[in-house]
Design a protein around this ligand. Sequence first.
Ligand SMILES: O=C(O)CCC(=O)C(=O)O
Ligand SMILES: [Fe+2]
Length: 278
Amino acid sequence: MAYDLDAARITSLPDDAFYIPNFISEEEEQILLQKLLHSRTHQPNAPPSTNLHDSTSQLTTHLQISSAPSPRWTHLTHRRLQTWPSALTKTNTLLSSALPSWLTTPIIEPRFKQLGIFADAPHGAPNHVLINEYKPGQGIMPHEDGPAYYPLVATVSLGAGIVLDFYGKDAEEENTPTSKGEPESELEYLRVPRFRVLQERRSLLVTRGKMYTDFLHGIAERVVDGDLGPETVCNWGLLGEKDGFLGGSFERMTRTSLTYRDVLKVAKVGNTLKFLGR
Ligand SMILES: O=C(O)CCC(=O)C(=O)O
Ligand SMILES: [Fe+2]
C-alpha cells in the first residue's frame, strides 16, 4: 500500500499532525494484541519464556536478563504500560537494544519508511515504543513528552477508538472555573481541550513540531466519548469509518496504543556493562 502523508494532514491543527485510518489490517492488529496478551506483569526475577515457538520472546528474554529491565506490563493507577526495549535511565538515555520484530514489522519496516516520517530524526527510525492500555474510564493526565525524544510521536491504536485531547501550555488561558466563586484548589479548574482528535482502532496518528512542543496532550477518564462531529473533532474528514460515530458518541472499550519515538541519547549496552563491572 502506498501512503500519501500530505493527504493525511489534519489541516485544522497547527503544524504538524497527520491521521491515517486503517494503517494496519485487522489481522495485524490481532497479532499485536496477542503478543501483548501473553506478556506477563512485571516481575523483576521472572523466569525466561518457555514458549519454544516464539523466537522473538526468547531472544528478548535473553537480552533482558543480560542487559535491560524487563519490558512487561507495569501497573499504574490509571492504566498499564510496557516500555520497549527498556525504560530510559535517569539521564533520559536509552540503553541501545533492538526493538523486537513484532514491533518493527510491518509498522516501522516498511510503512514508516514509506511515509518517511522519521527520515529527519537523528537515528532515522524510532528506537523506543511505549505501550499504554486503557480500560473504559481510564486515561492519561495532560502532559508533554518532553526533550528526551526527537519531537515526533507516531501512535498506532489497537482494539478500540479513543479521543485524544490537546491543551495549550498556558494554564491560565486554558483553564475555566467549573463553578463560580473561589476555587479551593487547582483541581477545581476544569481544563478545556483546545483540540480533539478521534483515533480509530488500527489508525496512525503522527504529531510533530509545534504540536509536540507547544501543546499538552491527554486522555480524559471517561466511559463514553461524546460531542463528536465535524465541528468538534479535528480529523473528522479523515476518519475511515464515520458511520460508527454519527450518533455523536461511543462507549469506550479497552484501547491499547503503541507510541513510537526516537530517543535522542543512546548508550551502547556493552559500554554500560563495562562501566557497571568496574
Ligand atoms: O495513548 C496515547 O495515545 C497517548 C499516550 C501518551 O501520551 C504517552 O505515552 O506519552
Ligand atoms: Fe504523551
